[in-house]
Design a protein around this ligand. Structure first.
Ligand SMILES: C[S@@+](CC[C@H](N)C(=O)[O-])C[C@H]1O[C@@H](n2cnc3c(N)ncnc32)[C@H](O)[C@@H]1O
Length: 282
């Protein structure tokens, strides 16, 4: 069989292979349907007739890579997204972590830093900011560069402020940024606590011992095998008693590492690494 649909499926396979072979990015473990939609949209936006025609451009135009990764990676986020989850982190996690002299927080798939700045604000309001280091990582270098500047467009701020209030914000949201025309810049005291860095959940390993990992709305784009790899990486990165927070449509249930964690709140997708590793099989 070789109708147009079959040819496009093969072209997608070859595109994924070319991206891996030429640039080291392996998207073969991403959920197929949403990846296909994004690659087709990329082809349409670049004005090429089909996915297969993207392949020579990948090979001969390395400068295109940043845009390709940016388009495939869906860097959509907002500050205090799902405010009730941030309220739960404020009430249930930060008081426990406050017993540590130093608190490492890893935000995997941080987009433009929205969650990282949200967490820095929570830490500030818990009196923990000076003890916290936030490692915010992503594969999208364009998003990381914007995140490090801490600049957001003013129209987004009203939504962020509403979420902040619903997350139990203790101050005025405007206290945390300076306005410049139609942009806002997050306060230096928040920015300097966050390290934004490139880290690929598909291929890269543990890079720090962490007390809290947030990886929200990233696993939904991954196949089951890739999810398992990433959840194992998180389990191996957490200190005993460390917390993992997933997105509201993601769960640790049914995963091979589930027995290494206890559930703090399934509603908010908050899990805690058990103090001992009795049930850990490699
Ligand atoms: C939908 S956003 C989620 C942002 C934020 N965590 C939130 O929930 O609002 C998904 C992010 O995951 C990142 N991402 C996708 N694949 C990744 C990978 N293999 N390694 C690291 N980050 C990845 C994307 O670049 C994007 O910024």
């Amino acid at each position: 069989m070789s109708g147009p649909a079959v040819i496009e499926e093969r072209a997608l396979d070859l595109f994924v292979q070319a991206l891996h072979a030429c640039h080291g990015y392996d998207f073969s473990g991403y959920a197929r349907a949403s990846l296909k939609r994004r690659v087709e949209q990329l082809a349409a936006d670049l004005g090429v007739a089909g996915v297969g025609h993207l392949i020579p451009r990948l090979i001969y135009e390395p400068a295109l890579l940043g845009d390709v990764i940016a388009r495939l990676s869906v860097p959509v986020s907002e500050m205090f997204r799902d405010p009730e989850v941030f309220a739960a982190i404020r009430e249930q996690i930060l008081p426990v972590l406050s017993s540590h002299p130093r608190i490492n927080v890893w935000q995997a798939g941080c987009a433009q830093g929205e969650e990282a700045y949200s967490m820095a604000i929570l830490a500030e309001e818990a009196g923990l900011l000076s003890r916290c280091r936030f490692y915010a990582t992503d594969i999208n270098d364009q998003a990381l560069a914007r995140a490090a500047e801490g600049i957001f467009t003013a129209p987004r701020i009203a939504d962020f402020a509403r979420n902040y209030e619903r997350a139990g914000g203790q101050a005025e949201f405007a206290d945390y940024y300076r306005s410049r025309y139609d942009l806002v810049c997050m306060r230096r005291a928040l920015r300097e606590r966050v390290v934004f860095a490139h880290h690929n959940l598909v291929t890269d390993g543990v890079f720090a011992e962490t007390h809290l990992i947030m990886c929200r709305n990233v696993l939904i784009y991954f196949s089951q095998d890739l999810k398992e790899r990433v959840l194992r990486l998180f389990a191996d990165s957490l200190v005993r008693g460390g917390y993992l927070v997933l997105g509201t449509r993601e769960t640790l249930q049914f995963s091979a590492v589930a027995d290494r964690f206890e559930t703090v709140s399934e509603a908010h997708r908050i899990y805690r690494l058990k103090p001992s590793r009795v049930a850990h099989h490699v």
